[in-house]
Each structure stands twice: as structure tokens, then as C-alpha cells.
Design a protein. Structure first.
Length: 361
């Protein structure tokens, strides 16, 4: 098949393309590389500025490149807002793709109208970036509800050939409305590139890794993770070492991560995202989102390697302290992490799941 993947979320499309190519398909990735992450792409859609001159220049470049985005068997966009343009222009370009290609699919890979709606209705999820239980949080501002974003998301979801979600919470957001055209497919991880090293077998100190995205610190709960980790380090100074990095290119980020034992990531999530999965593939123990509903969606009944935390300081501190007091278990947990990724997230297997779903629609 001839496949076009537009937009990027933390190396998802780039890694998916690697698997698809090994299966014999012709794949083009067009994206901005997820900005500072600098993910690989074939067609660069990055924007150099937001002043009038750069805006006109970028729009012209996008329109020129889109003239070639015709006659693909499958086009997949990462999100209704798949380009760094206003939502009206995104919608017009989506309509162009729909008209000039065989099939177009929507990725439910991040924040959109259906996810915000699901969070606010508070029917399925016990917590999210918007609330914990009945308590609203002030870390997130809704942008998709009651706006042109909502209108665009509704039109795209209604007219596309199918919707693919990469996390449990995104799947549950679309399920009440588009169950017949919806599929959950795990995130792809290139296990051939990521070397596994069993953790917790050398030295007395446990090396904790935490990555800081400056614009998303509160949204991902990184501020709370770091504060509680600092408390742990203060109490167990002889046993804890912290690797803290901020907004690094993806290749550098992964390399530094590999030198750690434990990864702290996203406390408001039910499902580990790319960051957590990359760490697990390298043998790190993940402290973050890994709820029972996620394992059930994967049909996993025996291997539960993630240290799942409820988004509270108390639970986070308790889980990290328990890990330190039982550090003899880290080598086995490390092995289980790698096995989990190989079983559920191998990029070639995931690519085949995409092919099967695309063909079914």
C-alpha cells in the first residue's frame, strides 16, 4: 500500500513507518518532527515563526507540499489539528485529503474534543488532567469544547474512514459515539533499536529518571513527581540518584534515560505513553499510569510490570518508598517491563494491526 502519515506525537508515526516499511509498504511521514523532539520525517512541515511573513511563507509551503498528497491508499492524520495552522485551515486541508485519496483515518493520539468531553462528563474515568474524583483541577484549560475545534473534530470523526486510539482513555472517549469505526492499537516501539539492560543489578543507588517538558510540567504531573522524588532522595540519600533532563531532542533523551533504573512519568494517565514505553523497552521500571482497565484492553492477564500510581502525593511517595525498600525486586521487574513491550508494542506487530484495520474499512 501507499501510505501517508501526517503529523507527529512523540515518534509514533515515525516508528509506525519503520514497521510498515519492513512489511513492504511505501510510507511517507510528513510532520514537524514534534518540534524540539526532532523526530524523523520524509517531508518537513515545521514552522519557523508566527509573524506575518513567516505565517504566509509557511502556508505557501504547506499548500505546495499538499498538492503532492494525492492518490494514497491510506492517509492518517495525528489529530484534527494536525498542522501548525488555525483549525479552519486544518479542516480545509483535511477535506482536500479526503477528496484526493482512497481512505483517510483520524488518530486519537492526544487532546481533542471527545477527550475533553469525556473528562468533563466524568462518567468513565476516575481521574484525568481535568479532575480527580469530583474535584476539578486547575492545570488544564479546555480549548476544544464550544469552539471551532469542536466543529472540526466532529466533522472529521463523522467523515473519516476510521478512528485509531493509542491510549485507553482516548479509546473510551470515542467509544460511545463511533464504536463501529473505532480501534485501539497500542503504541509502536522499535525493540530492535532499543537495547535491553537489566536494571538494579549493580551499585547501591537506584537511579531515577525524570524528563521535564517546560510547557507541560503541570499537565503531566511532572511537578508533583519531582517534588515527591526530592523528598525521597532527602530521606534515602545514600540509595537514590536523580537523572533530570529538560526538553532534549529525542535521541539524546533516550540515551540518557537508558542509564537509569526507574522512570517517573504521567500520573494522570491510565496508560503509559511513548516516554514510559521507551523506558520499559530498555528495562527501566515505570512509575506512572498503568490501570487495570488498560491491561484488560490489551488482554494481558499475567504480566503487570508498571507501578501504577493514583495522582496523589501520598500514593506516589508510598510507591517510590516501597520500591526502595524492596529494591531486590527491581531486576525481575526490569525483565517483566521488557517482556511487556515485546509482547504488546513491537513495532512490526503494531504495524500489522494498522494494516488489518485500514483494510477492514
Amino acid at each position: 500500500m501507499k501510505i501517508l502519515l501526517i503529523g507527529e506525537f512523540s515518534n509514533l508515526h515515525s516508528t509506525l513507518a519503520e514497521g510498515l516499511r519492513l512489511l513492504g509498504h511505501d510510507v511517507t511521514v510528513a510532520s514537524d518532527g514534534c518540534k524540539w523532539m526532532e523526530n524523523d520525517r520524509d517531508v518537513d512541515l515545521s514552522r519557523s515563526g508566527y509573524d506575518f511573513y513567516n505565517s504566509v511563507k509557511y502556508l505557501g509551503a504547506v499548500q505546495s507540499k499538499f498538492r503532492k498528497f494525492k492518490d494514497f491508499d491510506v492517509v492518517q492524520i495525528k489529530n484534527p489539528s494536525f498542522l501548525d495552522l488555525n483549525i479552519k485551515r486544518n479542516l480545509n486541508l483535511y477535506r482536500f485529503l479526503l477528496k484526493n485519496n482512497t481512505k483517510v483515518f483520524l488518530g486519537a493520539f492526544g487532546t481533542d474534543y471527545f477527550w475533553e468531553k469525556s473528562c468533563l462528563e466524568n462518567k468513565t474515568l476516575r481521574y484525568s488532567d481535568l479532575f480527580i474524583g469530583d474535584k476539578p483541577l486547575d492545570i488544564y484549560k479546555c480549548e476544544w469544547i464550544g469552539t471551532q475545534f469542536e466543529e472540526a473534530n466532529n466533522e472529521i470523526a463523522e467523515t473519516c474512514n476510521g478512528v485509531i486510539s493509542c491510549l485507553y482513555e482516548y479509546y473510551k472517549s470515542y467509544e460511545p459515539y463511533y464504536k463501529e469505526k473505532l480501534e485501539y492499537i497500542p503504541l509502536p516501539i522499535n525493540t530492535d533499536k532499543l537495547q535491553y539492560n537489566q536494571k538494579g543489578v549493580e551499585g547501591n543507588k537506584i537511579k531515577f529518571f525524570i524528563g521535564i517538558q517546560k510547557l507541560k510540567t503541570k499537565l503531566k504531573g511532572t511537578d508533583i513527581l519531582l517534588e515527591e522524588l526530592m523528598k525521597i532522595q532527602k530521606k534515602y540519600s545514600s540509595q537514590v540518584l536523580i537523572h533530570q533532563v529538560s526538553s532534549l531532542p529525542w535521541s539524546q533523551y533516550v540515551k540518557i534515560m537508558a542509564e537509569s533504573d526507574v522512570l517517573l512519568d504521567q500520573i494522570y494517565s491510565y496508560t503509559p505513553a511513548m516516554n514510559g514505553l521507551i523506558g520499559m523497552a530498555q528495562g527501566l521500571v515505570l512509575v506512572g499510569g498503568g490501570e487495570p482497565e488498560m491491561y484488560e484492553l490489551l488482554s494481558e492477564n499475567t504480566n503487570f510490570p508498571i507501578i501504577n500510581v493514583f495522582p496523589s502525593r501520598e500514593d506516589l511517595y508510598e510507591k517510590m518508598e516501597k520500591l526502595i525498600l524492596n529494591k531486590k525486586n527491581i531486576p525481575e521487574m526490569s525483565s517483566n517491563s521488557r517482556q511487556f513491550i515485546v509482547k504488546h508494542h513491537n513495532y512490526i506487530d503494531v504495524a500489522q494491526k494498522y494494516i488489518d484495520f485500514w483494510n477492514s474499512k
